[in-house]
Design a protein around this ligand. Structure first.
Ligand SMILES: Cc1cc2nc3c(=O)[nH]c(=O)nc-3n(C[C@H](O)[C@H](O)[C@H](O)COP(=O)(O)OP(=O)(O)OC[C@H]3O[C@@H](n4cnc5c(N)ncnc54)[C@H](O)[C@@H]3O)c2cc1C
Length: 394
């Protein structure tokens, strides 16, 4: 009889792959992770801003929290500023590189075999084989293969269209004097980059991660980022210490998550919030959902149970994703005059308090419902867009 090397082989030791692998090892399965890099977590490709829900969906030791975040300054193109705040931390700024390494080490501690420097080149989804080039091992086989190999996923491309993506750029900057409130982030809108936006996420009173994502070329977005440094008083004269470039997959409702023995997770499955491009909380939640479907398939020796995973994914996320995609579409259609008008109206209508009360980094529908209930969206959005968004709850 032909023996499989592993019950489960995960491609990618990113945060989502490592978390999924740990769940499977804790359930008693024999698990391997294949990672193309020599060192996990580098280069940094994340703003590291995670909603408070992170503590519900994964372990997060305090040592990886750089700052708790209590609020945000939301800036319009002409700097009408909405200040939203909460008494308790709404989010955390993380040491993402340290956290990625910690999640991989936790997987290894649970019994997962991690193979660094192993780039998967080819997948055989029917027989459960992964093939490598330039490493001692040339092939690994498993009953279930997991593509957690990020935004450009080779595993996804083996049965989906190539993904569409946003480009992201980020700098680590030092402004040379105490200008930042550590527990408040700045978010800036500008129709040139909508539906993306810009951010300043303080790491200390003098240093911050500043960045943006947009549907534009890397060259275009870096010029918008350089402009931000010149324009914003809190960033004026900033020294750039490091530059990063990243890619954020666009949410794709048509993406297939299961094919034969293969499932996709995290950025590979385009499991990102359309409104913010954040992927960790949804990725971790899906790692847990998928771990139950994969266990059932392995225990019953019936891979059709893998399909429980996309079914539960749809039940949990489809409605919220539809709302977020609509918000995205509306945001994209507004020019800077519209955005300015909206910010001024929102301020007049007392929206800072409502956002402070109902705003949630990960789920936007309660806030939108409340704004609809109070008639605020009716007064700020053109009629056609208002009809579109209110129809979501009919
Ligand atoms: C600039 C920027 C800012 C962001 N900010 C935030 C934020 O503030 N909050 C948030 O929640 N999210 C944020 N994100 C998104 C977040 O970083 C991703 O959603 C997250 O990293 C996805 O994790 P993952 O494990 O699915 O994939 P990844 O972290 O991309 O890991 C994939 C792994 O697979 C490996 N791999 C790829 N191909 C192969 C192969 N063929 N063989 C073997 N290994 C392979 C890669 O080397 C990598 O280690 C941001 C993204 C960017 C670009």
């Amino acid at each position: 009889m032909y023996m499989k090397d592993y019950d489960v082989a995960v491609v990618g030791a990113g945060p989502v792959g490592s978390t999924f692998a740990r769940y499977m090892a804790e359930k008693g399965f024999n698990v391997a992770i294949l990672e193309k890099k020599k060192e996990i977590g580098v280069p940094l490709q994340c703003a590291g801003l995670l909603g408070k829900k992170i503590k519900k969906v994964n372990v997060l030791p305090d040592e990886f929290i750089i700052n708790p975040v209590h609020g945000a300054f939301l800036h319009s193109p002409e700097d009408t500023t909405l200040t939203v705040a909460k008494d308790k931390p709404e989010a955390y700024v993380l040491d993402r590189v340290g956290y990625d390494k910690f999640l991989a080490e936790s997987a290894a501690d649970s019994g997962v075999d991690i193979f660094l420097n192993h780039r998967v080149e080819k997948v055989d989804s029917l027989n459960g084989n992964l093939h490598f080039k330039n490493s001692k091992t040339t092939k690994i086989s498993a009953d279930v293969l997991v593509g957690a190999d990020g935004h450009s996923s080779m595993m996804s491309r083996s049965f989906n269209h190539p993904p569409e993506s946003f480009q992201a750029a980020q700098y680590l900057v030092d402004v040379g004097e105490k200008r930042f409130q550590r527990d408040f982030v700045h978010l800036y809108v500008d129709s040139r980059i909508s539906p993306g936006f810009l951010w300043t996420i303080p790491l200390s009173e003098t240093t911050a991660r500043i960045g943006l994502f947009a549907d534009a070329s890397y060259q275009q977005i870096t010029s918008v980022l350089n402009e931000l440094i010149k324009k914003r008083p809190e960033l004026h004269g900033a020294t750039i210490l490091k530059k990063y470039h990243g890619v954020i997959p666009k949410q794709d409702p048509q993406k297939k998550l299961v094919n034969d023995r293969v499932i996709l997770l995290g950025d590979a499955a385009s499991q990102v919030k359309p409104t913010t491009g954040g992927g960790l909380i949804m990725g971790f939640t899906c790692a847990e959902i998928a771990s139950r479907a994969v266990s059932k398939a392995l225990e019953s020796e019936n891979i059709s149970f893998l399909n429980d995973y996309p079914k539960e994914f749809d039940d949990r996320f489809r409605k919220e994703l539809k709302v977020q995609l609509s918000v995205h579409k509306i945001f994209k259609s507004l020019n800077n005059d519209d955005l300015e008008y909206m910010f001024r109206k929102l301020k007049e209508e007392g929206a800072e308090d409502i956002i402070s009360q109902y705003g949630d980094m990960d789920t936007q529908s309660p806030l939108i419902k409340e704004m609809l209930r109070r008639g605020i969206l009716f007064s700020i959005l053109p009629k056609m867009l208002y009809r579109g968004i209110s129809a979501l709850w009919k």
